[in-house]
Every structure is written in C-alpha cells, then in structure tokens.
Design a binder for this molecule. Structure first.
Ligand code: ZN
Ligand code: ZN
Length: 626
C-alpha cells in the first residue's frame, strides 16, 4: 500500500499509532471482503486517516451505501476467521512478477495485472525494502505496520463512498474511495458514531439555513457570507458585548477603509510575499488606461504592479497596517502609551475553494481586531488584559473548557528579529499571563513567528470538539518596518512594541462555533427572537398585541403568532425556530392580565403577571444568563 500523495518514510510508518495500525489493518480487511464480492476489484491506496481509514478501488460496479451491509457482513467473516497478518520481504522482481499476475491486493492470480500496484511498485525508492502482507489468501503490497490478526478489527463500520483520482491527479483514472472507521472496541466505536450524529445535528451550515441566519449567493461569490437579519442580531450582540469590554479596558474604536495602496502592504511586507492568499491587486484607472493604450498584457500589468511602477490597490488582508498609520499620525510620548486601537475590521483572503466551509472558513471575515502599541515594560500588563477579556467572554458563554498554546522561539536559531533580551521578557510576560488564566497550556519552543512569540486559544465545545480561535501576537517587526517611535522619559525616541490581538478569530467563525455549541438554542441575550406571543383564539388578539407592545417597549425582541391555527401547531413552530420563551394567551390570561409562560428547554413555567414576566426576561437579558 502506498499513500495518496507522498510516500511515508519507513520511520514515519513505524511511528504510526496503535489506532492507525488497527485502522489500516481494517482497510485490508475491507479490501479482502470487496475482493471476495467483486473479483475485478483493483485497489490502489488504503491509508489510515483522521477518524478512520479508506481504500481506493477501481471496480465496474458502482458501490453505494446500499452495498455496505453486504461488504460489512463479508468483513465480519474475515474478522471471525482471525487470519494472521504475515509480513514477507520479497525482491523487487518477485513483487513485480506478483503484480503482473494480478496477485497483489487480490485473493489469487488473475488474468489482469494489479495495475495500480505495478505503478506503485515503481515509485518505491531503490534502497527501500519491499514487503507484502498476507491475511489468508489476500496478499497486498504493503510496508505495514499492521496489527497481529484480523480478529483485532472487530469494532468497525463503513461510513461513506466518494470519488477520488488515482494519486490525486485529475489526469489519472477516477476511483471509488470507500471510507470506514475502526476502534479498539465496540463501546469506543459507538461513542464515536454518537459524536458524529451529534455533530451532524449541530452543523452550523444546516442550522444557519433553517434558522435564516446567513446566506451564500452564487452572484455574490464563494466564501462571501451574507448575514441575514436574524444572524446579524447574534453577531451584533456579540460584537456589542466585546466592544463594551474593550471600552472598559481603555481601547479606542477606529474605522478604516477596506482597501489601501499596494505601497502600504509593500512596507508591511504583506505584498507580494503572501500574494497567493490575497485577492489580486487592481490598478489605478489612469495607469490601466495607459497600459491598455500601450497594448500591454495582463502579465505586464501584474509585473508593473509588483514592481510598483504603476499605482495599485488591494483589498485588505490585515487591519494592522491601517492601524499603524493611525498610530503614526500623532507624536507620542511614553506617557501616552499604551495606545490601544480596536476595530471590528473586515479582511479579505483568497482561501482555496476546497477549504471553504459555511461561515467558519470564508473569504471575507470580520476580526475582533486590535493593535496595542506599548513600551517593552508594559507588555506584561497588556497581555494580561487581553487574556482577561478572553476569560470574561468565554465565561459568559459557558465555555470553560479551553486550552492555550504558547509559541516560543527556538533558542538555537538566529532567524528572529528584535533584541534577545526583549524576547526573554516577552516570553516571560506571556507565560505569566497564561498562568493567571488557570487553564491548561502548552509551551511550544520553535513555534514562534520570526517577529515575536504568541498565544493561541483552542476552545472545546459542548460535545468536546476543539476549535482553533484567535491569537495574541507580540510583534517586533512591524514597528521597525514602519519606523514607529515614541519619546521616552530620557527625551529620546524609542521603538514601541506592538501586540496584535484577535482572541476570537473572526465573528464569522465565532458565531459558527456558537451555533454548533448551542445547537441553535441561543441564550436569551443572543437569541434573534427572544419571546413569541401565541394566542389561543383570535378573540384574544387585541390583548396579545398589547403584550407584544409592552415587551417591545422594554427592549425585548418579540414577535407574535396570532393566526387562526391551533395552539399546538404554533408551539411546535416556535420550538422549531428555537425561540426561548413562548407566551400563551387565552381567556384566563386576558382576564387576569397575565401570561402563560413556556420555555424552549424547560418545563411549563406557569402563569405570571405580565409585569413580572417583563421584569424577569429583562433581567435575564441584562445578566446574559445562560
Ligand atoms: Zn497494509
Ligand atoms: Zn495585526
């Protein structure tokens, strides 16, 4: 067996975890079963992957999930036979002979050669040993490693089938890729399947559509999300909450344009070095006209833009250069520092289309961005402030399970900019700050960028999945490139240190995470619709409308369902829309100027006076109760 793209070295293979060995062995079990069911099956590669394994097969029959029970039944037999996985080292000639006789990835010799294995054999470097693995009659070209016996692969399940080009190359034949998973025991397998089921239920792309939160439109473009009114409420609540915390911490909100001259990014270094991950630049109108009069090609235009011979602009991939220009527009004394500039700034990146996914991976996204300019001595306190905010926001959302990664420099390398003594101080400051959070953290020497150490946050959602959010990054490079300075107590110019911080990554990703975390059932303060008033009969519509007015005046996001439908149907609909509170209005309620309160996830809350309910829900919103 060989890998899809790159061959693993023997060393890498030996480092395969027990679980990877098991899963790769299960891929052989599956191939054995398929070979028994369809004798024309030609296999190529079958590696373990995240969450399971696959095997690519070329087969006249188109496999569908309807075939899975038959394949699984045959796999069970192979497991029950408890065949030994036997490794045999053979010469290149012997291997090629077997492949030509169709004997590899097969149960016996065949009229047709094992085409892919012939090709894969040729890829194996001359100095590498060639081995085959045998389980029963099934022989396969494989470097291993494997578990002892097929009997070890008891807890498996076939998951899906997709198509894949041989070696990932569109010029090669298209194969059927059959995915499966395998665990040490049945309990672990069923836990895994439950988690997948749970994740499917929470998929933010589906919930976002069902709940009308956001929309992607072909006419607008791939990866460019449109926030619908309901989704915008969630985003705005979150943004207002973070902004209020930043205000308390002495940040200043700024606004900057979505484009800038290429010169800015040339100075910052974002252009042309990261060109591949940016939208292409565009030229100024006059320059474009002149180039077209000269009959220049697109290639000429790109070259002229790269060299700075014509004026060009770019959609901003980062907010930092803009904020730096704001800082640099004033003279600063050490007494003004730190300067903290915050912006919910939208940036544009050219993500590959295969990597786009709902609102968690997009081509335009809004960072909860801020840049701090401070003296080296102030670094520690500023980092503490950043982490304090993270603690407050995660705490308010009930996400107490998060980990922190501390990326430090490699002490043996000289690639880093900035004074080593400052690096020591910065790393110490980051470490101290992280320790005050009281959460798990890992130090990773050698992982820092060349311009400064950083902190990353990984948060676990309610079903235990890890989400990489944002960073707090120290930067000694950009202040240098932009020649930033402040006047110190000694009356001389000094270089400030810069901190980039966007702890929640982007509002898109953060909302995507929250949709999945809460399964769309947002706490009242975030819910797009907080209360829905449902009338039992149209006779009570006038009173119901009064209830709606009173709630709206109190600032509650309220809607009503006063149609002639049955109350049961109205309640079901409100539940489907995941509205936290339903107020049911009938004769009894109207008479006593009260409301019958039902909560989305709790039991019937009984009857309450209208005033009491308004007071209670407003307090819940104010406290951001979960
Ligand atoms: Zn193998
Ligand atoms: Zn930045």
């Amino acid at each position: 067996m060989a890998d899809d793209k790159e061959r693993k070295t023997l060393e890498e293979r030996n480092q395969m975890s027990d679980l990877e060995r098991l899963r790769h062995s299960c891929a052989h079990v599956m191939a054995t079963a398929i070979a028994r069911l369809w004798s024309d099956a030609q296999f190529s590669a079958g590696p373990p992957v995240e969450g399971g394994f696959y095997y690519d097969v070329d087969l006249a029959h188109r496999i569908s999930p309807d075939d899975f029970p038959a394949i699984e039944a045959e796999m069970k037999k192979v497991v029950k036979e408890n065949q030994v996985f036997e490794r045999e080292v053979i010469s290149r000639e012997e291997a090629m002979d077997l492949a030509r006789k169709g004997r590899l990835a097969a149960l016996g010799e065949r009229d047709t050669p094992s085409t892919f294995k012939v090709d894969l054999l040729e890829d194996i470097p001359d100095d590498e040993e060639i081995s085959i693995f045998k389980n029963g009659d099934f022989w396969d070209l494989c470097a291993g490693p494997h578990v002892g016996r097929t009997g070890n692969c008891k807890a498996f399940k076939l998951m899906s089938v997709a198509s894949a080009f041989y070696k990932g190359d569109a010029d090669n034949p298209q194969l059927q890729r059959i995915y499966g998973t395998c665990f040490k025991n049945k309990t672990l397998l069923s836990e895994h399947l439950e988690r997948l089921e749970e994740a499917k239920k929470r998929d933010h792309r589906r919930l976002g559509r069902e709940m009308g939160l956001f929309h992607f439109d072909e006419m607008v473009g791939q990866g460019l999300p449109l926030w619908k009114p309901k989704g915008s409420i969630i985003r705005r609540q979150l943004q207002d909450f973070i902004a209020a915390e930043l205000d308390k911490q002495g940040y200043h909100q700024v606004f900057t344009p979505h484009i800038a001259k290429l010169d800015l990014y040339r100075t910052s270094g974002h252009f042309p070095y990261y060109e591949e991950s940016q939208y292409p630049p565009f030229a100024e109108r006059e320059a474009l006209r002149k180039l077209s009069d000269d009959d220049s090609s697109c290639g000429d235009l790109m070259n002229a833009l790269r060299k700075g011979e014509v004026e060009g602009f770019m959609l901003k991939p980062m907010n930092c250069p803009h904020h730096i220009c704001i800082f640099a527009s004033d003279h600063h004394s050490y007494r003004d520092l730190p300067v903290r500039l915050a912006e919910f700034g939208t940036v544009y990146r050219w993500e590959q289309s295969g990597e786009l996914g709902g609102i968690t991976r997009t081509r335009s996204f809004t960072q909860d961005d801020a840049h701090l300019f401070c003296t080296p001595e102030q670094l520690g306190e500023e980092i503490q402030g950043c982490l304090g905010l993270v603690k407050t926001v995660f705490g308010a959302l009930g996400m107490s399970d998060y980990a922190v990664r501390l990326s430090l420099r490699d002490p043996d390398s000289s690639k880093y900019v900035g004074d080593p003594a400052n690096w020591d101080k910065a790393e110490e400051a980051l470490r101290d700050a992280v320790q005050t959070l009281g959460v798990d953290y890992a130090e990773e020497p050698g992982e820092a960028a060349f311009y400064g150490p950083k902190i990353d946050f990984v948060v676990k959602d309610v079903i235990g999945r890890e989400w990489q959010l944002g960073t707090v990054q120290v930067d000694y490079n950009l202040p240098e490139r932009f020649d930033l300075s402040y006047i110190g107590a000694d009356n001389r110019p000094h270089r400030p240190v810069m901190i980039h911080r966007a702890p929640f990554g982007s509002l898109e990703r953060f909302v995507g995470l929250l949709i999945e975390h809460f399964e769309g059932k947002f706490p009242v303060w975030l819910a797009p619709e907080q209360v829905r008033v449902l009338s039992i009969s149209e006779k009570h519509n006038a009173y119901s409308e009064g209830v709606v007015r009173m709630l709206a005046e109190a600032g509650v996001r309220v809607a009503s369902d006063l149609a002639a439908d049955k109350i049961g149907a109205k309640i079901r609909l409100a539940r489907l829309d995941r509205v936290p509170y339903m107020l049911i209005i009938g004769a009894r309620e109207e008479e006593s100027q009260s409301v019958s309160v039902r909560h989305r996830d709790r039991d019937d809350l009984g009857t309450m006076t209208l005033n009491d309910f308004v007071g209670q829900v407003c307090e819940e919103i104010r406290n951001r109760s979960l």
